[in-house]
Design a protein around this ligand. Structure first.
Ligand SMILES: [Zn+2]
Length: 544
């Protein structure tokens, strides 16, 4: 484990190995005026907050297509500028049941369950239950909570977060910093790989970092997800959460205490515990289908056109609400008209470069990020370009409004060799790369690059930094905090003439330099050996 990961905002200039002497790509032409024009247009009231399925989507896709044509880009998806994303909205009935033998848990109060399978109803009968600790299989750490278990037909009871967080041991997983293994999405995915019938995560305020209310608000009511051709038959039959007190009662009936088992599950050599009870459950679903579009444009590579560097940004935002008086449009200027505009200005920089890229460059505008990273999830499940030939995914989500900074904040710091490319490019701007201040919040897992990472594709996501050249850290931190408090996911996140985008232009230049360098190389940068995504990439590269 990289011990510096547990120290917030530690200055760590990373040395770039093996790249000394290679000439920098020609300077890009990133036009301030262009960038402002795109942001102002995409964030205008006319685009109605770019909500998928609305006129805002149509205008956004039309605008991106027209601009891409002007730039001479090629449609990316077999002659089409878009990739259709099929989504499904499933609403579990509030009469959903979950019983452990004769003990019935109350929907909403004690548990929240759902199925991602696109079926009108589903039932689980007398499924043997197993407490599987954190439910983690992490080859790079030598950890397997499912070792020796056959989960077919069984129900997994799983702790949230990971053993590193539970023990605060900096040498276990990544200590307090969140890993992919700590996320609820991972728990369900792994239980599905193990063949389990049901998986119930135990909610606990501290390791979850949110209260039970959040579970209720997030998982009761309509749930959007991508709809695979098989109706999501590969997903686990019943997924859900139960309260800590429900789990305490369950474990007590087995003569075990929750605290004791949390501790046991956080030590090496933990063995899963078969429980006496059997789980039964019934669910009825309301189902609605809809679709939206990813935007895909590209520049074919001059020498290795079948290898790809992907720039990505979600074009969608929250639309508008009729319930509000006054300004009812969530314009999403920063989130994420800036990133979407970034696709266009980077495309122009590549088109105007004197050295055309040897690998292909893909400009991917994904939809439904705000609904749970669904457009990127769909793309990764149905990749237009082979993922094993996708050399890097560079994400832009909410480029900041701010002045130039002395630093660059890497989200998910210490993960991949792409950070060496970033550090090198940043050095030429007299900047250094830094860890994010709160790695335990798991921001790396909250934007679209994460779906690429899960599939093994090296992915990079970074922010402006907080050490402003004008005003220093105090000014930068105040600026970053003010955005979260005043504008994040609010109608006031709108374009204002004179908005300071100088810092983001510097970051766009970094993105250009990184992409141009990778596009001119034969090398495949990888995740570091300590990364939870390394094994997936190694498997993918070794596949025929
Ligand atoms: Zn965003």
């Amino acid at each position: 484990m990289r011990s510096f990961d547990r120290i917030g905002a530690l200055f760590v200039p990373v040395l770039l190995a093996g790249c000394a002497g290679s000439a920098a790509p020609p300077a890009p032409v990133i036009s301030v005026a262009d960038f402002e024009r795109h942001v102002a247009t995409l964030a205008s009231d006319e685009f109605e907050g770019r909500k998928p399925g609305t006129v805002g989507e149509r205008k956004t896709i039309e605008y991106l297509t027209a601009e891409a044509q002007k730039l001479g880009l090629k449609p990316g998806n077999n002659g089409s500028w878009t990739q259709q994303v099929s989504i499904v909205e499933i609403t579990a009935g509030s009469d959903a049941t979950l019983r452990f033998d004769d003990t019935a848990l109350e929907y909403g109060k004690d548990m929240v369950i759902w199925t991602k399978r696109v079926v009108p109803e589903i039932a689980v009968d007398d499924s043997p239950m197993v407490f599987v600790g954190h439910g983690v299989v992490a080859p790079e750490v030598g950890w397997n909570d499912y070792a020796g278990l056959d989960m077919r037909g069984k129900t997994a009871v799983i702790l949230i977060n990971d053993p590193g967080f539970a023990t605060k041991d900096p040498d276990l997983f990544r200590g307090r910093a969140m890993t992919y293994y700590g996320r609820w999405t991972y728990k369900f995915e792994e239980a599905a790989r193990q063949g389990a019938t049901a998986a119930i995560i135990v909610h606990d305020d501290e390791p979850a970092a949110y209260p039970w209310d959040t579970v209720q608000n997030s998982w009761m009511g309509p749930q959007l997800d991508v709809a695979a051709a098989d109706g999501n038959a590969g997903r686990i039959a019943v997924e859900g959460w139960m309260t800590r007190s429900a789990a305490e009662a369950l474990l007590r009936a087995n003569g075990r205490s929750y605290a004791e088992l949390v501790q046991a599950a956080s030590q090496r050599g933990f063995k899963p515990v078969e429980l006496r009870q059997r789980a039964s459950s019934t669910l009825r679903n309301g189902i609605r289908r809809a679709s939206s579009s990813n935007f895909v444009a590209m520049i074919p590579g001059s020498k290795r056109p079948d290898e790809y560097v992907v720039y990505m940004a979600h074009w969608d935002h929250l639309g508008k609400t009729l319930a509000r008086s006054g300004d009812n449009i969530f314009n999403g200027a920063i989130d994420n008209a800036t990133g979407t505009a970034g696709l266009l200005v980077l495309a122009r920089a590549f088109q105007e470069s004197r050295r055309p890229p040897e690998r292909s460059i893909v400009f991917l505008g994904v939809t439904l990020e705000e609904s749970g990273l669904l457009g990127s999830a769909h793309y990764v499940a149905n990749p237009v370009f082979p993922l094993k030939k996708t050399v890097a995914a560079l994400n832009m989500d909410a480029l900041d409004a701010g002045p130039p900074t002395r630093d660059v904040t890497v989200i998910g710091f210490g993960a991949s060799e792409l950070e060496e490319y970033l550090a090198d490019a940043a050095r030429r701007q007299d900047r250094v790369i830094k860890n994010e201040p709160t790695p335990e919040k798991g921001f790396f897992y909250r934007s679209d690059h994460f779906n690429f990472a899960k599939a093994g594709v090296p992915a990079l996501y970074f922010d402006l930094g907080v050490d402003d050249r004008e005003g220093g850290v105090a000014a930068g931190e105040a600026r970053a905090a003010a955005y979260i408090v005043n504008d994040y996911h609010k109608p006031s996140d709108e374009w204002r003439p004179g908005m300071d985008l100088r810092g983001s232009l510097e970051n766009l230049e970094l993105l250009y330099q990184i992409g141009a360098k990778i596009a001119g190389e034969k090398r495949y940068p990888n995740w570091y050996p300590t990364s939870e995504f390394r094994a997936a990439r190694d498997r993918s590269l070794a596949a025929p």
